[in-house]
Design a protein around this ligand. Structure first.
Ligand code: IPM
Ligand code: MG
Length: 368
């Protein structure tokens, strides 16, 4: 493999400390597997606001458009709560998603065997769970116009607009069907076609894509509220779920919690292929910046490390090395290593963030 470029944006809260652990893993692959990454680091979110007065500097945006993949930690924190929307840390992330046109957000919810008893659901409901939520990420109510707070008569009115074009629905549906073909061959599409026109168009468009090109994949439709209920009742009925930006935001948090810990889940946001054939891509843990535990060595670095594993698989065509990394994490967990978010069993001393990173590096070394 030639040199691949990676832009690392640690961001806020626990972002920087989990990213230190990811750097250890990247270095390990460089020294031991010949995967040579040209890594640059930059600011995003509150950290960028503090330095530049904007949550994403234009130069950082330009860099993100040039690299093979972006790896992001987390953005946000209470310090920035009162900033104008256009300056909030989250805006930095939303700008990256929009300008890189990362329309397909892959959020796996996978239950690690060693952690099945961590879920708030019964072990038999979650053990072996492996579903993938595909969330549309660049349109819908997150970006639709008109939006804002206006004054009507003597009161204020808050407005957001759910808007989807057929082509926006079509491309994310395609990416869900393609994924399903490589997994359990099942897609469930979720919307609210019973109350929203955008939901009617969503369902119709997904059906058309299915009939035209993916009739061998099993397709079902569910209203998103019923989908939330079914996710908690019997999540193993699902393989790939495809849904819009806002429903996907909510359903993916629900699915994440089924697995026992938000600290374990990675995500990939993919766009159209670049000139070199690789998709534009940004990888980030599903968890947020967790300001309450930031800087205390309590954060679980696994979600961010697994996000790097997704980068190996989807951006760098290194599926075997991604498997190696995921298996090493399984091994560390099955030997009983736990970070603070995974306590619950008696008599376990938690590992710090950096001890967990070291344990994974050791397991990687044991794997060769
Ligand atoms: C997520 C987050 C973001 C979102 C925030 C931080 C803007 O909740 O990635 O799920 O709402 O999309
Ligand atoms: Mg969210």
């Amino acid at each position: 493999m030639g040199k691949s470029s990676l832009l690392i944006l640690p961001g806020d809260g626990i972002g920087p400390e989990v990213m230190v652990e990811v750097r250890k893993i990247i270095d390990w692959f460089g020294s031991n597997r010949g995967l040579d990454f040209d890594v640059t680091e930059d600011l995003v979110g509150g950290a960028a606001y503090d330095a530049h007065g904007t949550p994403l500097h234009d130069e950082t945006m330009a860099k993100a458009l040039l690299v093979d993949a972006v790896l992001l930690g987390a953005v946000g924190g209470p310090k920035y709560d009162n900033l104008d929307f256009s300056l909030k840390p989250e805006r930095g992330l939303l700008r990256l998603r929009k300008e890189m046109d990362l329309y397909s957000n892959l959020r796996p919810a996978q239950c690690f065997d060693a952690l099945a008893n961590f879920s708030s659901l019964k072990t038999e409901v979650v053990s072996g769970l492996d579903i993938m939520i595909v969330r549309e990420l660049t349109s819908g109510i997150y970006f639709g116009e008109p939006r804002g707070i206006i004054t009507e008569g003597n009161e204020r009115v808050g407005i957001n607009t759910q808007r989807y074009t057929e082509s926006e629905i079509e491309r994310v549906a395609r990416s869900a069907f393609e994924l399903a073909k490589r997994r359990g061959n099942k897609v469930c599409s979720m919307e609210k076609a019973n109350v929203m026109e955008s939901g009617v168009l969503w369902r119709d468009t997904v059906d058309k894509v299915h009939q035209a090109d993916y009739s061998e994949v099993e397709l079902s439709h569910m209203y998103a509220d019923a989908g939330a209920m079914q996710l908690c009742r019997w999540p193993k009925q699902f393989d790939v779920i495809v849904t819009d930006n806002l429903f996907g935001d909510i359903l993916s948090d629900t699915a994440a919690m089924l697995t026992g810990s938000l600290g374990m889940l990675p995500s990939a946001s993919l766009g159209a292929p670049m000139e070199n054939g690789r998709p534009k891509a940004l990888y980030e843990p599903v968890h947020g910046s967790a300001p309450d535990i930031a800087g205390q060595g309590k954060a679980n670095p696994i979600a961010c490390i697994l996000s790097f594993a997704m980068a190996l698989r989807y951006s760098f065509d290194e599926g075997v090395e991604a498997d190696r990394l995921e298996q090493s994490i399984e091994n560390v967990l099955s030997k009983g290593a736990r970070t603070h978010d995974l306590l619950g069993e008696e008599g376990i001393t938690p590992l710090s963030t950096s001890e967990m990173g070291d344990a994974i590096v050791d397991a990687l070394t044991d794997s060769i």
